[in-house]
Each structure stands twice: as C-alpha cells, then as structure tokens.
Write a protein that binds this ligand. Structure first.
Ligand SMILES: *Cc1c(COP(=O)(O)O)cnc(C)c1O
Length: 357
C-alpha cells in the first residue's frame, strides 16, 4: 500500500532523490565504485561538496560575507558550538525559550557566558512563541528557534533587533525565503527537511569567526572547518550527497519561493479542516504561531485517540502520533510531502467525523 509519510524526523525526502541516492550507493557516476568507498579527497566527491555549498548559497541568496559549513554532531552539538565560538565569559547573549530544543540550547550556552532568557512559553506547555521582548545592543546575538518541531509553532515574523540573529532552523530550513541579512548564523540538522541524519548545515557570517582564539578544540572551531572547506576531518559523505540532491530538487521546483507556496497550500488545507472538524482541536494557543511544518492537534474526546490512529494506519498514513512528551497527533508536512498526502489525511479526518455522527 502507498504510504503517506508524516514522520517528524528523520522524515520524508523526495522520491527522485531516493532513487538517485540508491544508485550512488551501488555505482556512483558510472565509476564502477560506490560513493561510500571513495576518498573524500577524490575529485568526484569534492565536486559533490562544492555543488552542495553552491546550492546553499543560491537557495539562501548568500553573498560572500557568509561561510557555508557541513558538520557532524547534529543540531544538538550546535547548542554548545555556537556559544563556544561566539560568546566569551564576560559577554552576554539573549535566548528565547520557545520549546525544549531552545531550552537545551540555553542550558549549554550557560557554560560559556551570560545568558539572558528574554521570554519563555514553558508555563503554557510551549503553545505559543514569546514575542514581547527587546534586545540590548550589547548582546553578542539573539538565539531563536524558527520552528518548534515538538510543539508545532513557527516564527512567521522576524523580530527587529540590533544584534545578529542565531537561529536553529533544523525543522524548517529551505521551507521559505528568509531575510538573510538579519542572520549571523543559521544551523540545521539535516534529517527533517534537507537530507539523512548525520550532517548539520551551518551558515555563518565570516566576521563572527576567529574572534575567540583560545579554548576551542579544533574539531569544534568554525574557523578551522571554514579554512578546510568542511573537510578538516572525514566529512559525512553520504548525508552531504543526499542533501545536495535534495537541494537540487528544491532548486528545480521553484527554489524557496516554490517551497513556500507548496507548504502554504498544504498548511491552509490542513488547518481549514482542523478548524472545521468537530472531533479535533489545535494544540497551539495562538493561531498566528501555527507551524506549516508540524501541525499539532488533539482529539476533543481523548478516547478517540487510538481509534483515529487505527483508521490512519488503514489509509497508509504513518508517523502521526505526537511527540512522546506532548501526546495527541502531529502531522509533519515537510517540503517533500506531496499535497496528495495532506488530502488523504483530510479525507480520513472527515470520514472519521462522519462515522461518529
Ligand atoms: C530535531 C531537532 C534538533 C535536534 O537535532 P539533532 O540533529 O538530533 O541533534 C534541534 N533543534 C530542532 C528545532 C529540531 O527539530
């Protein structure tokens, strides 16, 4: 049966990317060798790395003032690499606590400098994004999480602040155009919207690098990775290759504006059904903060939870169960999820409501 993949991460990737990636595992570029058994210094792989970097530049519209890095260690390693590289002990940075990933980033940063938590929605189970804050010009940066994967909230209006924004975009990178000049650093673990687990994209303003000159191990130093074109050590070759293929697919499908249009259509169809269907309610308390990537919702009657998951399963829908810390349902609708899958989910929700009279 055809599957409709609503997994939150690792998550759906374009079908065409999967078949090309499968081919590269057995015979890469008609070389008679697998991509997995050649050197990362081989010119065939260097071409992959160069194209991946170039696609990030094109898709995000970066000028030469930004460095593009492909690192390992997941987005979680960026929680400490960011302050380790950008924050000295006598300096201070601002953070917004919009979810458990943000709160993990805050915890790690405290080991490196002063951390000002400007707002938190924790008391309300992270059901909205804190917005009423001002950032002091003396702060090194403002750390935001653009999309709170677990709670289904997303920043739709970027704040006006006098310092560079550092942003965890793990679950909505490449889903929409960005006002790139606001950002000093963007990071994203690949496995939600960009590729397989194992590589993390970091885009950083070169002027932020190289200021802290001691106390950074080489492998954790952005400057070293930049100087070595992300190949200071063996990079995660396969996740980089598949991410490159996904970025090509994004480019061929209208770039970030094309992705945004497609994601807005999926989101508006889904949320219209959610608001109209008497058996379900949204989990996000402020509608303006609803995410187009992860839609969190609940059964009005808690007893409906398992029966609804059963009818979803029968329709080929997978990955709809909410995160273990919040329960309910979560429909993840990343770039590669086709409109058709959203329509199938909507019709299952309608049929479920009808069957309950
Ligand atoms: C998944 C996720 C992370 C953690 O990513 P890892 O690569 O597993 O470390 C961090 N931030 C956000 C927003 C996420 O969605």
């Amino acid at each position: 049966m055809k599957k409709h993949n609503f997994n939150a991460g690792p998550a759906i990737l374009p079908k065409s990317v999967m078949s090309e990636a499968a081919l590269a595992v057995t015979d890469f570029n008609n070389s008679g060798l697998s991509l997995l058994e050649i050197s990362h210094r081989d010119k065939a792989f260097i071409a992959v790395m160069d194209e991946a970097q170039q696609l990030v530049v094109e898709l995000l519209g970066l000028d030469d003032s930004y460095a593009v890095l492909f690192l390992s260690g997941g987005a979680s390693s960026q929680f400490f690499m960011v302050p380790m590289n950008l924050l000295a002990h006598d300096q201070s940075a601002s953070y917004v606590d919009s979810g458990s990933w943000a709160s993990k980033a805050i915890k790690e940063a405290k080991a490196f400098g002063n951390v000002n938590v400007l707002g938190s929605s924790k008391k309300d189970n992270y059901s909205y994004i804190p917005k009423d804050y001002t950032v002091d010009v003396k702060e090194q940066y403002l750390h935001l999480t653009s999309n709170n994967t677990i709670y289904g909230t997303q920043i739709h209006e970027w704040p006006e602040v006098p310092v560079p924004i550092v942003c965890d975009m793990s679950s909505d990178i490449f889903s929409r155009p960005l006002p790139i000049e606001k950002f000093g650093l963007i990071y994203a673990g690949a496995q939600k919207n960009m590729g397989p687990a194992g590589v993390t994209l970091v885009v950083v303003k070169k002027e932020l690098l190289g200021k802290k000159t001691s106390g950074i191990p080489s492998m954790l130093d952005y400057q070293i990775h930049f100087e070595n074109e992300s190949s200071y050590n063996t990079p995660p070759v396969f996740p980089i290759y598949v991410s490159m293929l996904t970025m090509r697919w994004i480019k061929n499908n209208g770039g970030l504006a094309g992705m945004a249009k497609h994601n807005e259509e999926k989101g508006s169809r889904f949320y219209n059904e959610l608001d109209a269907n008497p058996l379900f309610k949204g989990a996000v308390s402020v509608n303006a903060d609803r995410s187009l990537m992860n839609a969190n919702f609940l059964p009005v009657n808690p007893d409906d939870e398992n029966p609804f998951l059963d009818v979803c399963k029968a329709a080929g829908i997978v990955g709809l169960k909410g995160h273990r810390s919040v329960g309910g349902f979560r429909a993840s609708m990343y770039n590669a999820l086709p409109l058709e899958s959203v329509d199938v989910l909507i019709s299952v929700m309608r049929d479920f409501a009808q069957s309950r009279g």
